[in-house]
Design a protein. Structure first.
Length: 333
């Protein structure tokens, strides 16, 4: 769950129009690209597929490129395309964002740097299958956080879905052996991945205080903040003697991480939100753990145990249940 769906809300339509990403479709004849650009199901399914592939990338990157190197280089490479896409509104957005630089820096550090650093570190000691399923806890954690921090009312249906999701995550953490929960005998990678989901959930909750700027402009500012805040992690990695020169495969994985989850998926999701709205677009988050699990098994040959099936059903089902009824609006900051 790379820069992921929570950062792209109902302002997507205005964002795309201002930034030049809106479509200009001929009234009669559409090209293949124009037809695809008008198909929300295709765009949002591709978004979920790109995000799901990020787990496979994280696992393949082990031994090919160091985790903090990947975190820093990802944002260094993604920043150019993001700023180019945001060029239409960036100057105006920066005037609004500059006084909020501490907020923007914290959001970039938490949701982009922190999440990805923990994500890539987790891949060294857990599988892409576990990572994909654990990421499914993010919507549930956001619901819980919204209740605790903002007083948002959670319906009984949402509570049931959240409970199912968290049981699914617990099944992964316990590797199907529930006695591990009592003895806290967890895989370190699973714990790092769970911590990463908390980081992203906090980041998502922080979006409630987002300044009134375009989605792409805000993404550009946070990408820059992520680059700056990731540099100390890279320096520490070098100082500890853990830096390795990226291999050819490592460089290819870097390109995917930078241009896929960090950039292309964000633009595709914005367009999907523009076409069908944030509520319906958010349903496609359900596909991320499912696609990720299938890719981990099919591409990496990771074993699929019974507890994986149970956890996947609980997590995907829990997300689907929780999204059936939106939470009532609570007090805002």
């Amino acid at each position: 769950m790379s820069a992921r769906s929570k950062s792209l809300d109902s302002s997507a339509e205005r964002t795309l129009e201002q930034s030049g990403l809106s479509d200009h479709v001929a009234p009669v004849h559409k090209t293949l690209w124009q037809a695809a650009w008008d198909n929300p199901i295709l765009l949002l399914a591709l978004t979920a597929l790109i995000w799901a592939g990020h787990s496979v990338v994280g696992r393949l990157a082990v031994g090919q490129i160091a985790p903090m190197t990947l975190t820093t280089a990802r944002w260094a490479l993604a920043l150019g395309p993001i700023m180019f896409a945001a060029r239409g509104t960036l100057r105006r957005d920066l005037k609004i964002l500059r006084p909020r630089w501490l907020f923007v820096g914290a959001m970039g550090a938490l949701g982009f740097t922190g999440f990805n650093a923990l994500f890539y570190a987790a891949a060294h000691s857990t599988g892409a299958l576990n990572m994909s399923i654990i990421q499914g806890a993010i919507p549930a954690l956001v619901l819980i956080g919204a209740r605790l921090a903002f007083g948002v009312r959670i319906t009984a249906t949402q509570a049931l879905g959240t409970l199912a999701t968290m049981i699914g995550v617990a099944a992964i953490a316990a590797h199907g052996e529930w006695s591990r929960l009592a003895t806290f005998a967890f895989n370190p990678g699973d714990l790092l991945m769970l911590l990463a989901t908390f980081f992203y959930a906090f980041y998502t909750l922080g979006l409630r205080a987002r300044p009134d700027v375009s989605g792409l402009g805000f993404l550009a500012a946070m990408a820059f903040a992520a680059l700056v805040t990731s540099i100390p992690l890279f320096v520490a990695e070098v100082a500890r003697g853990e830096f390795i020169w990226p291999t050819g495969l490592g460089l290819l994985l870097l390109v995917y991480a930078a241009l896929g989850p960090a950039f292309l998926a964000q633009v595709l999701y914005m367009r999907g939100v523009q076409l069908i709205g944030p509520g319906r677009a958010g349903v496609f988050v359900n596909l991320v753990p499912l696609f990720g699990a299938l890719m981990a098994i099919g591409l990496l040959g990771e074993p699929f145990a019974g507890y994986h099936l149970l956890a996947l059903a609980l997590v995907v089902g829990g997300i689907a249940i929780a999204q059936r009824a939106p939470a009532a609006a609570g007090p805002r900051r």
